[in-house]
Design a protein around this ligand. Sequence first.
Ligand SMILES: *Cc1c(COP(=O)(O)O)cnc(C)c1O
Length: 226
Amino acid sequence: MQTIAENLNQVHARMQAACTACGRAPGSVKLLAVSKTMPADALRQAHAAGQMAFGENYIQEAVDKMRSLADLPLEWHCIGPIQSNKSKLVAENFAWVHSIDRLKIAQRLAQQRPANLPPLQVCLQVNVDGGNNKAGIAPSELLALARAVSVLPQLRLRGLMTLPEPAADFATACAVHRQARLLFESLQAEGFEVDTLSMGMTADLEAAVQEGSTLLRVGTAIFGAR
Ligand SMILES: *Cc1c(COP(=O)(O)O)cnc(C)c1O
């Protein structure tokens, strides 16, 4: 069995190779360690190996880990669906939210974000591959939601997040990620100052890098199978 530190080294090597393959600067892609279902000690090991940003899907589980790891200067990202009754916990405890797919949730987060904390950094989740019964707004709804979210107090719109179905091959993965990049660029063309395209996981990080991801969300390759 490899250690978490060794796994992280391998993921960074994959990221570097992917950047080189498409001529991107290695520093232009960041790594979010997706630690859902992993014990606090696994996150502590990842931090000891240099990892600072962690993504969590289940709010209560995440807040419990934050308490166990309060001695570390970690950056917490919420990447899972948010029920209304959990929005306050999110607003009070996370630095980032990737999974905004309803104005109502954004409004609650804006209202509940404590005034003494920096604005919550948010991405809008877009369903680029049209996968049914999945979270995320349709691409056609993106511009309206971006306009509404960008004017809310205590939130800062940073970009988009996508969670496509596993693709059959590299070319298919690239085609889906390209849709996300075009949407991201359309927001920039509309004047939104967005800088974050959150896409790519363990299986498809190379395709995501090729198509312009700025933030990879990787779980399995760092922590092992869940
Ligand atoms: C679990 C999860 C990931 C990480 O997936 P891996 O395949 O384990 O790398 C990324 N993003 C979201 C939203 C997830 O739920």
